[in-house]
Design a protein around this ligand. Structure first.
Ligand code: ARG
Length: 477
C-alpha cells in the first residue's frame, strides 16, 4: 500500500500529548497496521456506533451528540467504500483513521467518542466480529461444498471403485460410499467452526486498555447492540485473549489438511496410471513445451496452499507463547494470520466447488481394472467364516488361494472347483456365488458399510441435512 505523507505534527497523534518530537518516518512505517487492518473498517464503525449509543444511554453524550457521531460514522463508511479515504501511515491503524475522519467531520464532539474504551478492547472486538462473519460465510460455502459431493454421490452411487489401504487394492466400495466419506470430514470441519464461534461470540468491549474504566459505561448494552452472546468476564483477559483466533485458524488448518488430502487423491486419480477421473479442460492448465499435457494445477495449488494455512496457525501460536498479560503490540500481527488463513480457504473452496461438480468418474476405465488385485478375497474369507471355519484358518486358506492365483495368473473366480474342494470339501459347488466384484460388493451388510442400502441411507441423511443449510452468497471479502 502506498501512503500519502501529509506531515506528522506531534499533536496530530491520538497519543501525542506527552511527546516532544515527531516520530521517525521509519518508525511510523514499521509500526503501522492500516495497510492490513483497513479491512476491519465496517466492524470498527459498527463497534463505534454501538459505543456512541451506549454513551448516550448512560448520559456521557447527549442524544444530539450521539446522533451526530453515528451519522458521521455512516458517511465515513460510505467514503471508505467509495475509495475516498486516503490511508496515512502516521495515523497508524484503521481505528485512528476513522476517529480522525470523525473529528474532521463533527469537530469537538468527535473528540468525545473514545471515552471509556481503548484501541486494545476496540481492535479485539473488531476482530471477533470479523471472524464471526467469516465463520458464517465459510459455513455457507462449506454447505455448498458438501452439496457438490452429495450430487456426485447421487449421480455415481453405483460405480464400483477399488477401495484402498496403504494405497494397495483392498476391498470394493461404491462411489456413493466414497463421496459420503468426504461429506463426513467436511461436516466435522463445519462443526469445529461452529464450536469455535461460541468462543468468538463474546464481547470484550469495555475492558478499555486493560483494567476497565472509571466511567459508568454499560457493557451489556453494547453486547446486545453487537449481537454478542455474552461478555468477557475479566478485562485483562479480554484484551489479551486471542485463543478464539487460534481456534479459528486451527479449524481452518485442519480443513486445509482435508482439502489437501482430497486434492492429492484426485491428482492420483487423474493420472494415466489410475485413469479414474476426468477433470474438465476448463479446470486444468497446460505446458508451454509439452503440447500433450493437461495438468491438475488447481488441485496441486489446493494441496500446496494447505501449507500456508498450517503456517498461519504456527505463526499465531508462536506469537502468543511469550506474551505476558495483557495487551502487547505483538498482537497486531494476529490479523495477518487470520486474514490470510481465511482468504486462502475461501479461494480454495470457491474454485473447488465447481471443479467437483464438473468432474466425472471414468466408469469404463475403473470397471476394466476391477478384476485385478483380489478385491473379493476378504469376502471369500468371510464366506468361509460363515461356513464355520475359524477366522484365522480362513484367512490362511484364502492367502494360499491368492498365492495359487498369482502362480496361474488368474482371478479367484478362475480357479477350478477342485482347488476349492481341496480346501473345504464341497466348497467348489457354492463358492462362485461370492466371487467376483459384483458378488463381493453385494455381500456387505454391516451398518455404515458400503452395502448399497447403507450408502442409500447415508445419501438420504445428507440430502435431508443439507436441505436446511444456508446457501453461500458471493464472498463479502
Ligand atoms: N493496531 C493495533 C493492533 O492491531 C491496535 C491497538 C493498538 N494499541 C496500542 N496500545 N498501541 O493491535
Amino acid at each position: 500500500m502506498g501512503f500519502h505523507r501529509v506531515g506528522a505534527d506531534v499533536n496530530e497523534k491520538t497519543w501525542g500529548g506527552r511527546f516532544r518530537e515527531a516520530t521517525e518516518n521509519i518508525v511510523e512505517s514499521f509500526t503501522e497496521s492500516v495497510s492490513f487492518d483497513a479491512r476491519l473498517y465496517s466492524q470498527d464503525i459498527r463497534v463505534s456506533q454501538a459505543h456512541a449509543r451506549m454513551l448516550v444511554k448512560v448520559g456521557l453524550l447527549t442524544p444530539e451528540e450521539g446522533e451526530q457521531i453515528v451519522e458521521a460514522l455512516q458517511t465515513i463508511k460510505n467514503d471508505i467504500e467509495a475509495g475516498r479515504i486516503v490511508w496515512r501511515q502516521e495515523l497508524e491503524d484503521i481505528h485512528t483513521h476513522i476517529e480522525r475522519a470523525l473529528i474532521e467531520r463533527v469537530g469537538e464532539v468527535g473528540r468525545k467518542l473514545h471515552m471509556g474504551r481503548s484501541r486494545n478492547d476496540q481492535v479485539v472486538t473488531d476482530l471477533r466480529l470479523w471472524i464471526r462473519e467469516a465463520i458464517d460465510h465459510l459455513d455457507a460455502l462449506l454447505a455448498d461444498w458438501q452439496r457438490a459431493f452429495l450430487e456426485r454421490a447421487e449421480a455415481e452411487l453405483d460405480v464400483i471403485l477399488p477401495g484402498y489401504t496403504h494405497l494397495q487394492r483392498a476391498q470394493p466400495i461404491l462411489a456413493g460410499h466414497y463421496y459420503c466419506a468426504w461429506l463426513e470430514k467436511w461436516q466435522r470441519d463445519r462443526d469445529r467452526l461452529a464450536d469455535c464461534r461460541k468462543r468468538v461470540n463474546v464481547s470484550p468491549l469495555g475492558a478499555a486498555a486493560l483494567a476497565g474504566t472509571s466511567l459508568p459505561i454499560d457493557r451489556e448494552f453494547v453486547r446486545q447492540e453487537l449481537g454478542f452472546a455474552t461478555l468477557c468476564r475479566n478485562s485483562l483477559d479480554a484484551v489479551s485473549d486471542r485463543d478464539f483466533a487460534v481456534e479459528f485458524v486451527s479449524a481452518l488448518a485442519l480443513l486445509a489438511v482435508h482439502l489437501s488430502s482430497w486434492a492429492e487423491e484426485w491428482i492420483l486419480w487423474a493420472t494415466t496410471e489410475f485413469g479414474f477421473l476426468d477433470l474438465p479442460d476448463r479446470f486444468c492448465t497446460g505446458s508451454s513445451i509439452m503440447p500433450h499435457k493437461k495438468n491438475p494445477d488447481v488441485l496441486e495449488l489446493i494441496r500446496g496452499q494447505a501449507g500456508r494455512v498450517m503456517a498461519r496457525l504456527t505463526q499465531l501460536l508462536t506469537l502468543l507463547k511469550g506474551l505476558p498479560l495483557s495487551y502487547n503490540r505483538d498482537l497486531q500481527e494476529d490479523k495477518l494470520a487470520v486474514f490470510d488463513a481465511s482468504d486462502t480457504i475461501m479461494r480454495c473452496l470457491t474454485v473447488a466447488i465447481p471443479l467437483v461438480r464438473a468432474s466425472r468418474l471414468r466408469r469404463q476405465n475403473i470397471a476394466a481394472t476391477l478384476d485385478y488385485g483380489f478385491l473379493d478375497a476378504t469376502t471369500l474369507m468371510e464366506y468361509l467364516v460363515r461356513l464355520g471355519i475359524p477366522m484365522r484358518t480362513a484367512h490362511e486358506k484364502v492367502g494360499q488361494l491368492v498365492q495359487e492365483c498369482e502362480r496361474r495368473h488368474c482371478r479367484l473366480q478362475d480357479l477350478p472347483p477342485e482347488v476349492y474342494d481341496a480346501l473345504v470339501p464341497g466348497l467348489g459347488a457354492s463358492v462362485y456365488e461370492v466371487l467376483g466384484i459384483e458378488a463381493a460388493i453385494a455381500a456387505f451388510q454391516s451398518a455404515g458399510s458400503t452395502a448399497r442400502v447403507e450408502v442409500e441411507k447415508q445419501i438420504a441423511y445428507w440430502r435431508q441435512h443439507l436441505q436446511s443449510q444456508p446457501w453461500a452468497s458471493p464472498s463479502p471479502y
